[in-house]
Design a protein around this ligand. Structure first.
Ligand code: NAD
Length: 471
């Protein structure tokens, strides 16, 4: 078969790959998007961000109904129809995935379903159901993502030991669930299962959960976990696991002590690893770091001049919006523009209960790097809107450069923090000062006022708190 010629081939159709393919087509490039799975959208859409948010929404409706008792409204205990819940979740995924397909079609992006394998620096072989197809390209963008890490000791080949992929399938609600890892996935999916009725024990090797977040911001999430989970065990490592009838026998090591317990299911959420195997990249000049992530520079260029890499496979923080941003940068560089991933403010959101979000500099990072910052806080207990939502446990915090009063970082914990952080991103990106945030009228009563009031607190005159400016 004659090879197909294209200007750009994108391998992988996640939020990095499809964003890059669409943008390249919008800039007038001829683009082929290669995806090995039958559905478009990658991990984020099909077994990551979107299904987890759907399940968290369902879980929040239960929590909200339970909490409404203190507001004088009582519901009966929830009854969960798992097939219906799964069907609702799946309907969201298929709607989004077919939407991605339609958008590709409308832009003239050719979608090729099959596994991509690099024959050399300018040729991708795609193994489709109809046989092999060769694609000759000017530039390739690798966006093949990552997969859940499964340490060998935990890999029993027993479906009761799950990664996020299986946990999101929600086959059943185990009575006893062990979650290994107190990061994003452990906390989000631990929340889902605990709300649906599992007794969740979460173990974390480090001495705090959500280790990347500032401790004052993580505190309400930790408090929630302590209440909603059966137990949170810090500084605990799982040694061995084995199948024991219909359960999993787990050996724990904490403070030099060993103990064994039985669980109905185990969720392994200890990070993710690169998807770089079997891509044929040894036939190109692409190079990798010791963990298998592809080396890229700030222009998303790999060590092969024709090949770019974006998203999880390019390492750094493993976040969908980082992948999309890198995709746009790669396309702009290919199109001859002077773009680079430099000084990009990257928000992080953990969709726990309450949500936790931050962007720019964190207080822990400032301390570790010896960066002098002023910190302004506004506790949500002083926000009318937070109280009317019945969620006063939040906190909004600004990190401010003392001389210039520029906003260097924003951290928010509380109901809807994931939405609110966007104002922080804009402030940091635009080099806004605390004065800008304090002077901008925020609508009342909203949670967004907490950002304005934190800025006012920096000047010592926040209406709803008493903070004197230190002189
Ligand atoms: P993570 O890196 O966020 O957390 C893993 C945690 O497991 C760490 O705290 C680590 O100390 C702990 N750990 C590692 N080995 C352990 C062991 N043997 N015993 C006990 N604890 C152990 O990883 P994750 O939660 O698996 O998530 C993977 C990636 O997916 C993250 O990097 C994140 O960027 C991304 N993600 C993002 C979101 C979001 O943006 N809301 C949601 C889910 C996942």
């Amino acid at each position: 078969m004659e090879p197909i010629k294209t200007e750009i081939v994108v391998v992988g159709s996640g939020p990095g790959g499809y964003a890059a393919a669409f943008y390249a087509a919008d800039l007038g490039k001829k683009v082929i998007l290669v995806e090995r799975e039958k559905v478009l959208g990658g991990v984020c859409l099909n077994r990551g961000c979107i299904p987890s948010k759907a399940l968290l929404h369902a879980a929040h409706s239960i929590t909200s109904a339970r909490e409404s008792e203190r507001r004088g409204i009582t519901y009966g205990p929830p009854s969960i129809d798992l097939p219906k819940l799964r069907a609702w979740k799946e309907s969201i995924l298929s709607r989004l995935s077919s939407g991605v397909g339609q958008l590709a079609k409308m832009r003239g992006v050719q979608v090729m379903q099959g596994r991509g394998y690099f024959e050399d620096s300018r040729t991708l072989r795609v193994e489709t159901d109809q046989g092999q197809q060769f694609v000759k390209y000017d530039h390739a963008i690798i966006a093949v993502g990552s997969k859940p890490a499964m340490p060998r000791d935990f890999d029993l080949g027993n479906p009761r030991v799950m990664t996020s992929t299986e946990a999101l399938e929600l086959e059943d609600i185990p009575e006893n669930l062990l979650v290994i890892g107190g990061g994003y996935i452990g906390m989000e999916l631990g929340t889902v299962y605990a709300t649906f009725g599992s007794k969740v024990v979460l173990v974390e090797a480090l001495d705090s959960i959500l280790a990347g977040a500032d401790p004052d911001l993580a505190r309400p999430v930790v408090a929630y976990a302590k209440k909603a989970f059966k137990e949170v065990r810090l500084r605990t490592k799982v040694g061995k696991m084995s199948t024991s009838g219909k359960q999993i026998k787990v050996e724990f090591n904490a403070d030099g002590q060993k103990k064994e317990e039985l669980y109905d299911r185990v969720l392994v959420a200890v990070g993710r690893s690169a998807n770089a195997d079997d891509l044929g990249l040894e036939n190109t000049k692409v190079s990798f770091d010791e963990k298998g992530f592809i080396h890229v520079n700030e222009k998303q260029q790999t060590t092969d001049p024709a090949i770019f890499a974006i998203g999880d496979i390019a390492g750094g923080v493993l976040l969908a919006h980082k992948a999309s941003k890198e995709g746009r940068i790669a396309v702009e560089v290919i199109a001859g523009q002077d773009s680079a991933f430099v000084d990009v403010t990257m928000p992080a959101v953990v969709f726990t209960d309450p949500e936790l979000a931050w962007c720019g500099l964190t207080e822990s990072e400032a301390k570790a790097k010896g960066i002098e910052v002023a910190v302004a806080r506004f506790p949500w207990a002083a926000s009318g809107r937070a109280l009317s939502f019945d969620h006063p446990e939040g906190l909004t915090k600004l990190l401010i450069e003392p001389d210039t009063e520029r906003i260097l970082g924003v951290g928010i914990v509380g109901y809807g923090a994931g939405e609110l952080i966007a104002e922080g991103v804009l402030a940091v990106e635009m080099g806004a000062t605390a004065k800008d945030l304090a002077l901008a009228v925020h609508p009342h009563p909203t949670l967004s006022e907490t950002i304005m009031e934190a800025a006012e607190a920096f000047y010592g005159h926040s209406t709803h708190t008493m903070v004197r400016k230190k002189v």
